[in-house]
Write a protein that binds this ligand. Structure first.
Ligand SMILES: Nc1ncnc2c1ncn2[C@@H]1O[C@H](COP(=O)(O)OP(=O)(O)O)[C@@H](O)[C@H]1O
Ligand SMILES: [Mg+2]
Length: 240
């Protein structure tokens, strides 16, 4: 459903993403991992339209989307979460998610946006009443809110950026289970970025590993852990 080919992003003389190609199959959870600075968020920014590719192609459902505006890409059915959630702190959860539903996918119907927001909050397990405010939410709830904001736009492809960041071990397990159940219940496709392997490897169908903007591995999670380039570059240790 998504096909990335020769994707390249240059910042000045620096290649943040360098000739990266991969396919995403309908209904799968694809893990995209790599150390900090390896180009994961830049890849998301290119797919979601926050950045324009220097070179390469991004095809979604058969059409080229590389270089389209973020708004058009969202309306085409791609939603993303941000590594660092920045909700409107003074608004309630339902207001935050309704705004995302309303402006994100170009819906012109406020009642429908509200309904999509309520469904998204229910999916992630957050209250949709008008009194639960965003200020003071903990890390795990903020990550769920970020997920709900993306899901309220009714995506067919979800780009989840570091959904485990700032969570403790049991929260990470629950967040991984949540992504898996969202995939099943919403019948969507997910690309999930993390810099750590951890629980991600339990949930993803396939994994891609980036290092210095280049794809160094693509395959099954169980094979990634035994791949010499992955263990050397990603884990920083050489296998003997
Ligand atoms: N807007 C930008 N301008 C210049 N350099 C950037 C910009 N965005 C990211 N980079 C650089 O590109 C590299 C990859 O960043 P990023 O994609 O955020 O990595 P990751 O998400 O894998 O940690 C980093 O070295 C980062 O400093
Ligand atoms: Mg990142």
């Amino acid at each position: 459903m998504l096909s990335v080919s020769g994707l390249t992003k240059r910042f000045g003389g620096f290649l943040a993403v360098n000739q990266v190609s991969f396919e995403v199959r309908e209904g799968e959870i694809l893990g995209l991992i790599g150390p900090n600075g390896s180009g994961k968020s830049t890849t998301f920014n290119l797919i979601a339209g926050a950045l324009r590719p220097t070179a390469g192609s991004i095809r979604f459902k058969g059409g080229e989307i590389g270089g389209l505006s973020a708004h058009r890409i969202c309306r085409n059915g791609i939603a993303r979460t941000f590594q660092i959630p920045r909700p409107f702190r003074k608004l309630s959860l339902i207001e935050n998610v309704t705004l995302a539903a309303y402006f994100g996918n170009g819906s012109s119907d406020r009642v429908e946006a509200r309904r999509h927001a309520e469904e998204a909050l229910a999916l992630v397990g957050l209250p949709a009443d008008p009194h639960t405010m965003t200020d003071g939410l903990g890390a795990a709830a903020l990550k769920k809110l970020e997920l709900a904001r993306a899901l309220a736009t009714r995506p067919t492809l979800l780009l989840a950026d570091e959904s485990l960041g700032g969570l403790d071990a049991s929260e990470m397990e629950r967040a991984a289970d949540l992504l898996e159940s969202i995939r099943t219940r919403m019948r969507i496709t997910i690309i999930w970025v993390e810099h750590i392997m951890g629980v991600l490897m339990r949930v993803v169908d396939r994994v891609i590993v980036l290092d210095h903007g280049e794809k160094i591995f693509e395959g099954l999670p169980r094979d990634a852990a035994h791949d010499p380039r992955v263990t050397e570059v990603y884990l920083g240790q050489r296998r003997t």
